[in-house]
Design a protein. Structure first.
Length: 233
């Protein structure tokens, strides 16, 4: 790893972060940097996040972000591994590297992180970071994430059931997962896609099947996995 470039700002530098629950408490960058230099993984991840977002007065710097994430990941931090994986997935490390992304996602996904499970499932479904397109593996990961109420996983799992990819084809099951995904606040683009999928699947169902899926969706509760502690695999 190249030598880390430190923040040339001075001890008095303060940076406001996005409000949390109405709070606008600023982050003391000098103190955060000092903690990170002492191999505090949580501080390293926070610095990585600040550089990754490039907001709040700090210039976006993917190189810096990756370096801080890598330091925390080397200590076993699961959030750092996930964030680093997404940088490789999105090509922020240069060219996209799905193999590195998939490797880094394994620990967070196995540790119960729904976002990592969704991403691995999505990659397997598209043949990214794996030797070949693997719908069975995709279904396994997507099911774990969907059961934890991950909207993207629920929508994609619905697609697998609609097409019978990696699972037994089942239009009622597809409709069930689409309904759960639709219960989330979706972006405008996602909402349009969700509406189209619901309209398409309804044409393949009887009224009894729709009623059954709707009743299941109304009674459904997520099953959250107990997350592993940072540093545990």
């Amino acid at each position: 790893m190249t030598r880390l470039r430190w923040i040339a700002a001075g001890a008095a530098l303060m940076l406001a972060t996005p409000a949390h629950a109405g709070s606008s408490k600023p982050v003391d960058i000098a103190a955060l940097l000092q903690q990170a230099q002492q191999n505090n993984a949580a501080a390293e991840v926070k610095l990585g996040n600040l550089y990754n977002s490039g907001g709040n007065g700090l210039a976006r710097d993917y190189v810096q972000a990756m370096q801080w994430y890598q330091k925390a990941a080397d200590q076993g931090d699961l959030e750092a591994k996930y964030q680093l994986a997404m940088m490789y997935f999105n090509g922020h490390a240069g060219s996209k590297d799905f193999n590195k992304a998939a490797d880094l996602l394994q620990d967070p996904a196995n540790g119960g992180m729904a976002a990592a499970q969704y991403r691995l499932g999505d990659m397997a479904a598209h043949g990214e970071g794996v030797r070949f397109q693997d719908f069975k593996t995709a279904a396994d990961w997507l099911t774990r994430a969907a059961n934890q109420n991950n909207a993207e996983a629920q929508m994609e799992l619905g697609d697998l059931y609609f097409n019978g990819s990696g699972v037994a084809q089942g239009y009622e099951e597809a409709y069930f997962w689409y309904l759960l995904a639709g219960g989330h606040k979706l972006g405008k683009g996602q909402q349009k896609i969700e509406t189209q999928k619901l309209a398409r699947i309804k044409t393949a169902l009887t009224q009894a099947q729709m009623d059954s899926a709707q009743a299941r969706a109304a009674a459904w509760k997520p099953v959250m996995e107990k997350p592993a502690k940072d540093g545990q695999k």
